[in-house]
Design a binder for this molecule. Structure first.
Ligand code: IPD
Length: 280
């Protein structure tokens, strides 16, 4: 049977590659920084420009499709996942890295239908690595198949996570508490690339055994989540239930046993959901 969404995926890959060129070019010049929800939640004109470029190119080809884009939502667009074909876009995942020229920056494009991610594209544009996954057809990096690590012993594992951009003291305490618990298992190490999308691609590539975070958004994880599951990995909520794309909580691991072990150590909390009604 013909693959209904393959052309859309090819379009997504081409759009991500073009976006990556814009990001690389922008790194050579001034990067004016603005802030969003807090003084450490950054955005630049490049984030906004890249998102507009991607949305415009998709709209020309698929005028009826919907969008959830990080910067459009920041400007007041609704963040609602319906059953309609929806492009879920983070134009620059790792904006803080981009601002500081820390060399991990990704363009992330997920595509969902009936609330299920059909394909995911993560372009790690400074490494020139194009990660892709199509539901039921595997995950790839620059065309090479990806497979999660087969290490099932958490004590022989590297776990990726991030501090995120919430500096509320209680949240910071919970983040440190979870990290302290995990470091003390002990694991081999804890790492963070500064982008959720690339952390998930590291799980899919077998370089780290798991990634978890509370506070990420649907645009950070839509594409990466499919890349992890298509590479043989497991997705879970931080309290062990099914992962919910809009809940801002995720564990992505090479195996159920590693995911469940991490869940035991997470000091969990529930940030406002991405699809919470807007308050005036
Ligand atoms: C952020 C990155 C970061 C994660 C944050 C995200 P952005 O995305 O993925 O690693 O810790 O939770 O919001 O703002 O750079 O697109």
């Amino acid at each position: 049977m013909a693959d209904l969404w393959q052309n859309a995926m090819d379009h997504g890959v081409a759009a991500a590659r073009r976006a990556g060129e814009v990001v690389r070019e922008a790194l050579k010049g001034d990067r004016t920084v603005m802030t969003k929800s807090s003084s450490v939640d950054l955005v630049t004109q490049t984030d906004q420009k890249v998102e507009k470029l991607i949305i415009q190119s998709v709209k020309e080809k698929y005028p009826t499709h919907r969008f959830i884009g990080e910067e459009s939502v920041a400007e007041g667009e609704p963040c609602v996942l319906t059953d309609e074909p929806t492009w879920i876009i983070d134009p620059i995942d790792g904006t803080t890295n981009f601002v500081h020229a820390f060399p991990f920056v990704a363009v992330s494009i997920g595509f969902s239908v009936n609330k299920q991610v059909e394909f995911g594209v993560v372009y790690s544009c400074l490494e020139d690595k194009m990660f892709t996954a199509r539901r039921g057809k595997g995950a790839f990096c620059n065309g090479e198949p990806l497979q999660v690590s087969d290490q099932k012993d958490i004590k022989q594992s590297i776990i990726a996570t991030e501090f995120g951009s919430n500096r509320d003291p209680e949240t910071v305490e919970r983040i440190f508490s979870s990290m302290r618990n995990i470091v003390s298992i002990p694991v081999h190490g804890v790492r963070g690339a500064g982008t959720a999308a690339i952390n998930m691609c590291l799980v899919a590539s077998g370089c780290v055994e798991a990634y978890y975070e509370i506070g990420i958004h649907v645009w950070d994880i839509a594409a990466g989540s499919l890349i992890v599951s298509e590479a043989g990995g497991v997705l879970m909520d931080v309290e062990g239930g099914e992962m919910d794309l809009m809940s801002r909580r995720i564990v992505a691991a090479n195996s159920r046993s590693v995911a469940e072990r991490i869940v035991k150590e997470i000091d969990s909390y529930s940030p406002q959901r991405d699809d919470a009604p807007l308050t005036q």
